[in-house]
Design a protein around this ligand. Structure first.
Ligand code: SAM
Length: 275
């Protein structure tokens, strides 16, 4: 595929997160993602994104520092969630350039389904063509606003088995109606013993550092309508839910001090649930 494809539209936000993980790798020990750098470098100039923190006190240094730390913390939080389901069936919903299928130490029998837009998964496949996944990896190229449940099942997903679902960094791109439909589909496909994790933002459209530091208008990609609280939506669908504000996630990994100084929160509230 054209390297420009990933840098266009909402796919570019997957590159943005890869850039943050590349910067955080080797810095704090929160995330060790050697693939993140490969994605950003493969996308080349159209992405305009860094793979290392700006060394000097430039205007955007604080932004990238906050972004990288937040990406590291949220990666670690969700890594730990998924590793608790090692050996089972996992679905990365809007996987983007998440390299967990490759970088985590999975036991035999772990099956990971990665759902995202066809252009994003094609770019990922192209960059990782010479790499071996550490689990059984199945790509499911679909638009999540369509009826993707059948495509997932035709890819080998077993609805009778407990599943761990991860929706990392997805909510801001879906309308309230799309979120409701998505959670209905996930709930219908979730056998007893399943679990879910996601992060949720309120007021992200008014986060000024986001608009100032990037050379593309990420705010234009976000949904304008107020998002419903996904914890509440999951509760209504029978899930037992826990909320973890970003400061609690930072405290969990001994990063309270650095997190308190941040101006930008790319974690939001972590929501985990069991069925
Ligand atoms: N989960 C990854 C992470 O945290 O690094 C990627 C997060 S990125 C901010 C948002 C992802 O959502 C992108 O990969 C984008 O392609 C995907 N996405 C947004 N809307 C989508 C849709 N309607 N169908 C499929 N994927 C979608």
């Amino acid at each position: 595929m054209s390297e420009d494809g990933i840098a266009a539209g909402v796919g570019r936000t997957a590159l943005l997160l890869a850039s943050a993980r590349a910067m955080e790798t080797g810095r704090s020990g929160l995330v060790d993602d050697r693939f993140a750098r490969l994605f950003v470098l493969a996308a080349g100039a159209p992405s305009g994104l860094p793979v290392e923190l700006p060394a000097e006190e430039t205007g955007t240094r604080q932004f990238w520092h906050d972004f990288a730390l937040g990406a590291g913390l949220r990666s670690r939080f969700f890594d730990d969630f998924l590793l608790a389901h090692d050996g089972g069936q996992i679905v990365l919903v809007a996987a983007g350039l998440d390299s967990r299928s490759y970088r985590l130490n999975w036991s035999a029998g772990t099956k990971v389904f990665e759902i995202d837009q066809p252009a994003v998964l094609a770019f990922k496949g192209h960059v990782l063509a010479d790499e071996w996944a550490a689990c059984t990896r199945c790509v499911v190229p679909v638009d999540l606003r369509e009826d993707w449940a059948g495509v997932l099942q035709r890819s080998g997903f077993q609805p009778g088995e407990p599943t761990a679902w991860l929706l990392e960094g997805l909510m801001p791109y879906l309308s309230p109606t799309d979120v409701e439909t998505l959670l209905d589909r996930i709930t219908n496909l979730s056998a007893p013993g399943s679990s879910i994790a996601l992060n949720h933002f309120s007021g992200i459209r008014s986060a000024p550092p986001l608009a100032d530091a990037l050379d593309f208008d990420v705010l234009a990609l976000l949904q304008v309508e107020d998002q419903p609280d996904p914890a509440e939506l999951l509760h209504r669908r029978g899930w037992s839910v826990t909320r973890s504000p970003s400061r609690d996630i930072a405290a969990l990994y001994d990063c309270e001090q650095s997190w308190r100084k941040k101006r930008l929160d790319v974690i939001g509230t972590g929501v985990t649930g069991t069925k």
